[in-house]
Ligand binder design. Structure first.
Ligand SMILES: C[S@@+](CC[C@H](N)C(=O)[O-])C[C@H]1O[C@@H](n2cnc3c(N)ncnc32)[C@H](O)[C@@H]1O
Length: 234
């Protein structure tokens, strides 16, 4: 059994499989990393998984230290080894914890962060918990801090569902991929901690939740059908 968000049964195959499952995975992560100012000193990453975004943001911010959290022991072990092999282990504190519990003030990971970032993880929380997590993010940031997230989104209206599904099929065909074969590598997960299988929200409701949390400037900086990178500045 794997936790929601681990996606594939085999952690070591995540990096290859996710690039076949999701269009423009690297572009999505690059967009998040680019939004973090290079002079940042302290960054918090929620749901780091195998550390692909972690490595990109460490490269973008050469003087930064990263606190990377994930509730999966398999992911935490994997990311620690990957960071070690990239010579970045001493710049990262990898913590095994549920970011829902953090959002709910049950666990602390520190404050005075310059940025909170996440990719493909927060959509596993309920909307109520997403709102709490955005509020907690605002509270742990420095006054000019920022939050950026890349996640799958709920279609704005039902008629778009088929279009978004078809966009995936066509993208996979262009890559010469059999999407059904890729999807067959997805592992079976059950609810764990604060996370469940996909609990998508629309882009509009994400932006509203961010504004309510205190982010005065919000934006969508990248979008491909139902995948988006959005966030804001305090
Ligand atoms: C699809 S993976 C994405 C990993 C990485 N951010 C990336 O883009 O490749 C989602 C990650 O979020 C983690 N996750 C999901 N819900 C979580 C929670 N409530 N607390 C901590 N980690 C969580 C999963 O264990 C998984 O590693």
């Amino acid at each position: 059994m794997i936790y929601p968000g681990e996606v594939f049964a085999e952690t070591k195959e995540f990096d290859t499989n996710i690039r076949q499952l999701l269009p423009y995975y690297d572009e999505l992560l690059d967009a998040i990393a680019l939004c973090v100012p290079p002079e940042s000193k302290r960054i918090l990453e929620l749901g780091c998984g195998t550390g692909e975004l972690s490595l990109k943001v460490l490269q973008q911010c050469p003087n930064a230290k990263l606190v990377a959290v994930d509730y999966s022991p398999r992911m935490i072990e994997f990311v620690q080894q990957k960071l070690e092999s990239h010579g970045e282990r001493n710049r990262v504190k990898a913590l095994q914890l549920d970011f829902g519990a953090w959002a709910n003030d049950e666990i602390e990971v520190g404050d005075s962060f310059d940025a909170v970032i996440s990719s493909l993880a927060i959509h596993h929380l309920s909307d109520e918990m997403k709102a709490k997590l955005f509020q907690k993010s605002a509270r742990c940031l420095n006054p000019n801090g920022r939050f950026w997230n890349g996640d799958p989104l709920l279609p704005e209206f039902p008629e778009l569902s088929d279009i978004y599904s078809e966009s995936r099929q066509r993208w996979a065909q262009k890559q010469g991929l059999d999407l059904d074969a890729v999807r067959s590598r997805i592992g079976k997960s059950e609810d764990y901690g604060y996370s469940s299988h996909d609990q998508l929200a629309t882009l509009d409701s994400h932006l509203q939740m961010l504004q309510t949390a205190g982010f005065s400037k919000t934006a969508v900086i990248w979008k491909y059908y139902n995948l988006g990178v959005f966030g804001g500045l305090l």
